[in-house]
Design a protein around this ligand. Structure first.
Ligand code: SF4
Length: 441
């Protein structure tokens, strides 16, 4: 069948969005669209958007302005906005951005072919219906980017935690888990294709539950059982649901990687309450102690927000103090960005001055740099198993990969290839990278 046109798609935001783009690629390929990496060749431009912070939306609006140029050059060109910003703004986006023809929310991608037919008639087309059961489980993602070694599999959609600052429950809807058989089959298929690492994805993987009530530890063990050569990771965990059973399952399978991403957001109980995070500092520390008990070599990363509503200097100091106590290997750190229609926007004044937010964020980043360097220095002299992913970004004579702790390791190239495991002795480090030499292939 002749191709209906060329699709160029740009994706922003979290890994869930990049996984959704692979679903969109699959749906569009099935409907005889060809994807192109060259925007100037496109008959159809999709931008898959993020809404987590104001800056993320500003970036999308700037891109849409740039897309106008292509529309002038190719009048029949169709522009579609997908993802969380489409879901959050709905019809408003069509009023505000005249060049946009199609608006599609994260649960409505199956409707894309029909929406494009509507757009072809010159009308604006929109579907932002959220679904209580859509998981796209029967759609095989088309992975056009990536290194052929590590892949992401989304195991569930939506979130019901309603943290007061977060738009996700409004843009991605209620939680629903994929049928476990479709997940294990997809992972086994990827392993047979040569992938050697799978990351299981969800806003809060710990609340995964299949139709028979089986939880995440069971699913994780099923995926790990595919092959000892297959590394398994998962993200993101919510501290309130991180169970000892999960930690024991990890300890039982050496190919489940020793790294846990456990967003804390703040070290102050008062702020955690205002954020509606549903755990206390003490509970969080209890979970950290449990991780260190069952998985002593496990790396820890987190998310931190500086300057949330009414945050005092003392609250901020409690966050810094908790970071020192945990000794995070890595962290994603942001200033609080008030999001419209969230609980926080309705109930909690965004009253911390921008320069105070920036100063506190800088202190958090500076401390994390020290903690990351301290953690990496402790690896010098040790040998770790690295899954080779690519040539190093900096030199063609070097290879790079990650160890079980999710740390990037760079080393001189031998005759090994991406997808192979090597033993690397660590000889040097920076806060972000370990450097070493191959001691055994
Ligand atoms: S857990 Fe909280 S921060 Fe994370 S996606 Fe859900 S509501 Fe947002």
């Amino acid at each position: 069948m002749e191709t209906k046109g060329k699709l160029y798609i740009e994706t922003y935001g979290c890994q869930m969005n990049f996984s959704d783009t692979q679903i969109v690629n699959s749906i569009m390929t099935d409907h005889h669209f060809e994807t192109t990496p060259h925007i100037e060749d496109a008959d159809l431009i999709f931008i898959n958007t993020c809404s987590i912070r104001d800056n993320a939306e500003k970036r999308v609006r700037a891109r849409l302005q740039e897309f106008k140029r292509y529309k002038k050059q190719k009048p029949g060109l169709v522009i579609g906005v997908l993802g969380c910003m489409a879901e959050r703004l709905k019809e408003q986006l069509i009023e505000q951005e005249k060049m946009v023809d199609v608006i599609v929310g994260p649960d409505a991608y199956r409707d894309l072919p029909r929406l494009l037919d509507v757009a072809e008639t010159g009308q604006k087309a929109i579907n932002v219906m959220l679904s209580a059961d859509e998981t796209y489980a029967d759609i095989s993602p088309v992975r056009l980017d990536g290194n052929g070694v590590a892949a992401f599999i989304s195991i569930m959609r939506g979130c019901e935690n309603f943290c007061s600052y977060c738009v996700v429950p409004f843009t991605r809807g209620r939680e629903r888990s994929r049928d476990p058989k479709t997940i294990v089959d997809e992972a086994a298929g990827l392993f047979n294709e040569g992938f050697r690492e799978i990351t299981l994805l969800g806003q809060n993987v710990n609340s995964y539950k299949d139709d028979n009530g089986n939880g995440f530890p069971g699913l994780l063990a099923q995926v790990a059982a595919i092959s000892p050569e297959l590394r398994v990771r998962f993200a993101t965990s919510h501290p309130k649901d991180l169970s000892d059973e999960l930690l024991q399952t990890m300890a039982a399978w050496p190919n489940i990687c020793r790294s846990i991403h456990l967003p804390v957001q703040s070290g102050s109980d008062r702020i955690l309450k205002l954020m509606n995070r549903k755990y206390t500092r003490e509970w969080y520390i209890n979970r950290i102690q449990a991780i260190k008990k069952y998985l002593p070599e496990c790396a820890l990363s987190t998310d931190i927000i500086s300057g949330f509503s009414s945050e005092t200097e003392e609250d901020h100091q409690q966050t810094l103090e908790l970071m020192r106590y945990v000794g995070y290997d890595y962290a994603y750190m942001f200033k609080y960005s008030e999001r419209p229609n969230t609980l926080a926007a309705k109930k909690h004044k965004d009253d911390v001055a921008e320069e105070v937010k920036s100063r506190r964020l800088k202190e958090i980043i500076d401390l994390q740099q020290k903690l990351s360097l301290k953690s990496n220095k402790q690896d010098i002299g040790k040998t770790c198993e690295v899954l080779i992913e690519n040539e190093s970004k900096k030199s063609k004579n070097e290879l790079s990969g990650r160890n079980s702790q999710n740390k990037v390791v760079v080393f001189p190239k031998g005759n090994q290839q991406p997808g192979e495991y090597v033993q690397v002795k660590i000889t040097a480090c920076t806060p972000a990278t370990l450097r070493g030499i191959i001691v055994e292939a």
